[in-house]
Write a protein that binds this ligand. Structure first.
Ligand SMILES: [Ca+2]
Length: 290
């Protein structure tokens, strides 16, 4: 598929419970809202204790439209075992959340920890402040912390058909077609969307869609299906179009010849939530020949 053509995906909406009425099908895009880099040094903190290195309330960032947060920490020496925490303040103390990235970096040989998909909206509504903590069980170390924030909104680049289903009986299935116009999308970038089904303003099902526009004008898509605990689920059927190009994300022709600039471009895309950390690591591994 070439840039500018319509991407078409077929889904089946299945009602595995009682009759549902007035279902609104929507296509939402995940967009970059804000980002910041914090470069500093972290002293000895002891293990399993952290220093607060970033606080939302002190940052000046407008995160009203942000739904998710990603954090990527790098430091100088992989012999040091820094850990990364997404933390919240309940008015009295900073507490660790379920989002923490703790690896034995001295074993792994990789001086990085990362967190993706933090549902920051919940924490912002529930607690006084949110932040990032770093632990460092050895002596002072310099680090670079990239934070990026994404939000979801209805996209102008595509739609779901039908957009409205007046009723869906128990066991009834409905074909849903998603159409995305790629003409406004950029070469080499990855875009995330969600097909959503809402009933009375409450989301009852969603399915993620990831779309990458390759530099040589081919488009690949990968879709996976998630279901919610509610009565309506989206059963996935996917259309995947792969027409050549390099198989490794971030690698551009000539394939399998990894340039440092390609790694930098992919890391930049990652900080803007347009690439995954797994893709970055895979590209770096290909570059180092491991
Ligand atoms: Ca670690």
């Amino acid at each position: 598929m070439h840039k500018g053509e319509n991407l078409s995906l077929d889904y089946t909406l299945v009602n595995d419970n009682a009759v549902d009425f007035a279902i609104v099908m929507g296509l939402k895009s995940v967009d970059y809202v804000a980002g910041v880099n914090v470069s500093n040094s972290i002293p000895y903190t002891g293990s399993n204790t952290f220093y607060v290195v970033w606080e939302k309330s002190m940052s000046g960032l407008d995160l009203a439209d942000a739904t998710h947060m990603n954090a990527y920490l790098r430091w100088s020496s992989a012999s040091k075992d820094l850990d990364l925490y997404f933390i919240y303040n309940n008015g009295n103390n900073w507490n660790t959340s379920r989002f923490m990235s703790k690896h034995r970096n001295d074993f792994l040989g990789m001086a990085e920890e990362s967190l993706t998909g933090i549902d920051i909206q919940y924490y912002l509504k529930t607690f006084q402040d949110v932040g990032i903590g770093i632990s460092n069980p050895s002596d002072q170390e310099s680090y670079s912390l990239d934070l990026s924030f994404t939000g979801e909104k209805s996209t102008d680049n595509g739609h779901a058909t039908p957009g409205y289903i007046s009723s869906l009986s128990a066991g009834e299935k409905k074909s849903i077609q998603v159409s995305i116009d790629t003409s406004a999308l950029n070469y080499g970038e990855t875009y995330d969307y969600y097909l959503t089904a809402e009933e009375n303003g409450q989301e009852v099902a969603r399915a993620p869609i990831r779309l990458t526009i390759l530099e040589n004008t081919q488009v690949t898509t990968t879709t996976t299906t998630t279901t919610t605990a509610s009565s309506t689920t989206v059963a996935g059927s996917t259309t995947t179009t792969i027409q050549g190009g390099c198989t490794l994300a971030g690698d551009n022709p000539p394939c399998d010849v990894i340039e440092v600039s390609e790694i930098i471009n992919l890391i930049t895309a990652w900080t803007q939530s347009n690439a995954s950390i797994a893709d970055v690591i895979a590209l770096i591994n290909a570059w180092t020949g491991s």
